[in-house]
Design a protein around this ligand. Sequence first.
Ligand SMILES: Cc1cn([C@H]2C[C@H](O)[C@@H](COP(=O)(O)OP(=O)(O)OP(=O)(O)O)O2)c(=O)[nH]c1=O
Length: 193
Amino acid sequence: MPPRFVLASRSPRRRQLLELAGWPFDVQESHADETIPPGTPPDEAVQLLARRKAEAVRKTAPRAYVLGADTLVVCDGRFLGKPRTAEEAFHMLRQLSGRTHDVWTGVAIATPGGDMVSFAEKTAVTFWELEDEDIAAYIATGEPMDKAGAYGIQGRAALFVKRIEGDYLTVVGLPLSRTVRELRRLGWPPPEV
Ligand SMILES: Cc1cn([C@H]2C[C@H](O)[C@@H](COP(=O)(O)OP(=O)(O)OP(=O)(O)O)O2)c(=O)[nH]c1=O
């Protein structure tokens, strides 16, 4: 039996992106703890959380390749995760208005041999100046609530974006081209898949 591939994520975006790679995989949510030790730099923080997610799911799928990922927005040294309330979403988007911030995505791959490999990718995103009414209207769509930094570049927040530097898919939550290259290096997919 060839090894299975499991995506350790509840994110519909990550599933859709991984489908582009063209091989079969299962999806399993990780329920991993998402707290980060204070002072952890962003590249380490996203890899730490990605590894935790992959590790949690590996316990239930030991003979599989397991992929975990985590995305964080970093503005002025402050980490912006998923907003808990509409007010928090408003403050995050106010903070991002008219400025450049970094979006970090960490990816961790657990292999059937027991290894754990991870990397982090960064994309810089510049927003136009946003009017308070634009922010309020965007929050009313409900889009910000399950997304780091309170926006989805793949949705209506595309209208906020002046320029980006880096892989667009790092912002959406999975730097697919680098991920597929790393997986190949680790032996996935095997010839029989
Ligand atoms: C900045 C940005 C983030 N996001 C999303 C990607 C991630 O799904 C989410 C960040 O939260 P994460 O904790 O990285 O992921 P998640 O909770 O959605 O899923 P899981 O932990 O189960 O894998 O924000 C977008 O979809 N578009 C964007 O432009």
